[in-house]
Structure formats: structure tokens, C-alpha cells
Design a protein around this ligand. Structure first.
Ligand SMILES: C[S@@+](CC[C@H](N)C(=O)[O-])C[C@H]1O[C@@H](n2cnc3c(N)ncnc32)[C@H](O)[C@@H]1O
Length: 150
């Protein structure tokens, strides 16, 4: 009986290994798409990464509610300056977290945003300005001031 176990256990281990390697290669494939709710981050046709609609989105739909913090312009510098919104005051900046930070600019945007104060804190709410097709890149308008200062 013991001799049989000495043979059966290594054979089972070996079979598991043989089956596990291809299964791991198949199921463990790296998926470079990052997505959340209605938004997927992918390669943009205008610049680096951009935000894309995962499915058709109808006009008025809230696309993302980004938790945000208001900081002073002294807290923001370098490249980070390109990723923040204007705050309530001239010297303040709004850091909107989540994919909301990564939308590219268009003068004809399909996404709008507004700021909302909630019980948990400030949020930047992104919503569809028109019907958006699944797979379409989504843009908001950074505003003239944003481009003038760069
Ligand atoms: C908030 S980030 C947008 C995400 C960025 N594309 C990335 O890959 O990280 C803002 C930066 O994206 C670039 N950008 C956004 N919209 C653009 C546009 N319409 N044309 C050219 N560059 C744009 C500019 O370099 C800008 O500083």
C-alpha cells in the first residue's frame, strides 16, 4: 500500500504540473486594459492615454464621480500641473482622483463636469454631454485659460 502511495502521489503531482502550466499561460494572460464602470483607459489618438466609453452612454448619464481634494497651487508642480483642475480660488487647485484625471481635451467635448460637495467631501462629477458610442474616446474641455498658461 505504502509503495503504491509513493508512486501515485508523485504521478498526480506531475500530472497537475503538466496541466497547470498551459492553463496558467491561458488564464493568466496579461490584459493591458484598465477599466472602471463606464470608463476604460487606452491609447488615445490625440495624446498618450485617454478615456474611452466601455459601452454606449446616453446624454446626461453620470460617467464618473471622482473624489477630489482642494489644495493650494503651491502643492502642485511639474508635470502634475497638467492633471489638476482649477479650484474655488485663483490660488487653489482641485485634484480629482480616478480616471477623471486622465481625460484629454477637445474644444468640442462629449463630456462635461461639475463640482459637488457631498457628506464625504468634494467630488468632481463627469457626465455625458451627448450620446456617446461604446469605444469612443471621451473628452472634456480644459478651457482657454488652461491652454494659455502652457
Ligand atoms: C490630464 S492629461 C491627459 C492624459 C494624458 N494624455 C496622459 O497620457 O497622461 C493632460 C495632458 O494630455 C495632453 N493632452 C490632452 N488633450 C490634448 C489634446 N487635445 N491635444 C494634445 N495634447 C493633449 C497634454 O499634454 C496635457 O498636458
Amino acid at each position: 500500500m505504502e509503495t503504491q502511495l509513493f508512486i501515485v502521489i508523485p504521478v498526480m503531482f506531475f500530472c497537475g504540473l503538466i496541466a497547470g502550466i498551459p492553463a496558467g499561460m491561458f488564464f493568466g494572460r496579461k490584459n493591458t486594459d484598465v477599466m472602471n464602470g463606464l470608463v476604460k483607459i487606452g491609447a488615445s489618438r490625440v495624446s498618450g492615454r485617454g478615456a474611452f466609453a466601455i459601452r454606449n452612454i446616453s446624454e446626461g448619464t453620470i460617467i464618473e464621480r471622482c473624489p477630489a481634494i482642494e489644495v493650494t497651487d503651491k502643492d502642485i508642480g511639474g508635470e502634475l500641473l497638467n492633471y489638476v483642475f482649477y479650484g474655488k480660488y485663483e490660488s487653489s487647485r482641485l485634484v480629482a482622483m480616478g480616471y477623471g484625471m486622465l481625460f484629454n481635451h477637445s474644444p468640442e467635448p462629449n463630456v462635461g463636469y461639475y463640482r459637488e460637495e457631498t457628506k464625504l467631501g468634494t467630488e468632481l462629477v463627469l457626465y455625458a454631454l451627448c450620446d456617446i458610442k461604446g469605444g469612443e474616446e471621451m473628452f472634456y474641455n480644459y478651457g482657454e485659460d488652461w491652454w494659455k498658461t502652457r
